[in-house]
Design a protein around this ligand. Sequence first.
Ligand code: SF4
Ligand code: SF4
Length: 425
Amino acid sequence: MSSLAAPVFPTDLTSPLAHARVGLDSCVHCGFCLQACPTYLALADENDSPRGRLVLMRAALEGRVALDDPDVSTHLSRCLGCRGCESACPSGVPYGHLLEVARETLAAMRPLPILARFILWIFARPSALRVALWFARLARDTGIAAELARLPGSLGFPFAMLASTARNATPAWTPRAAATRATVATLDGCVMEGLFAEVNRATERVLAANGYALRAAPGQQCCGALHVHAGDAETARRLARTNIAAFEASGAEFVASNSAGCGAMMKEYGQLLANDPAWRERARAFGARVRDASELLAAAGPREGAPIRRRITYDAPCHLEHAQKLSAPPLKVLAAIPELELVPLEDREQCCGSAGIFNLIEPGVSQRVLAAKMDCIAATGAPIVATGNPGCLMQIGAGLVRDGRGAVARHPIELLDESYAAAER
Ligand code: SF4
Ligand code: SF4
């Protein structure tokens, strides 16, 4: 470390990291988390493991090293925030929260990389985001993205991500179930509505077909997950307040998200706004009403559709599996499709390397993590990979675009919608 002699934290008891000291202290250094950590497995460096990163956070808190020391910040930046370590930890270390407050503290000391700031700036401004996504769709729908996806390495990868979001026209069908179960307002989501609008419409149809009455929630914005994961918690709090107000006004009993990352973020609004007396209770009550769309469908059955004779495999999004602790609901969604053959995916609970904007700002580590995932997917021989998060759909989708086997990534609800559409014909 280059600045061991420059204590910066021992007296700063107001930093977000200092407030999380109890969580840091709960680590007993047992190392059970190491084999659950994709960056440790890819880089074989203890500093790139959960235990190593917690040691670095503690050293910074105690003033033995500067948090913005390039060696420390590099290892914190290389963390995917996948929270696989939380699931493996017997001591209940709240690693995801610790990472967020460490990054928030670090961001106050040193600006984020310019690419990260630019992306986050766009996502926090609906009009700028609309323009950016319009150009993204133009590049996708004209085939430009598919052409540029052939560029080597990290140059072509973002275009492969974009190309993977292309869909054929959705078959038209109208849900006929009586809306008797509960009222639901859905989060549109930035990337979901901008690049996966068909999946959003499919989610609305499938929820309605299972007895949910949909309510509109105008005025909603980005959930703030990208911001809080990068350390820009202030912007995330602003977005959270906007969303809480918008969904409260909808009057819906539940707030549903078909994006694992957004759902996990909204469930944790109470924690995000814990120090805001005016919003703390509203945020906690709001978080308790948030559900992944697959949770609502699983609670309803879901209703069975028409057979689809295809082989698929399922990859668990980290923010469903580890952050929301939801393993069964997406599988219940897939089980409602008769004759769908589900091939087990080895290490399905390991991160694919997407992690919000991680794949754009840490492409080297992201690609190494993705390579392991692609090997497991190839071993299944399945032509469809189901996964319920836009980042995972694009990351795995890009890997599939580039490996040329013709396989595709699809949202589980997209497949159930197809099954319901077939039942209507
Ligand atoms: S984070 Fe948990 S599993 Fe990892 S070393 Fe600490 S106590 Fe052990
Ligand atoms: S969040 Fe994921 S990448 Fe980061 S330390 Fe935990 S397991 Fe490793």
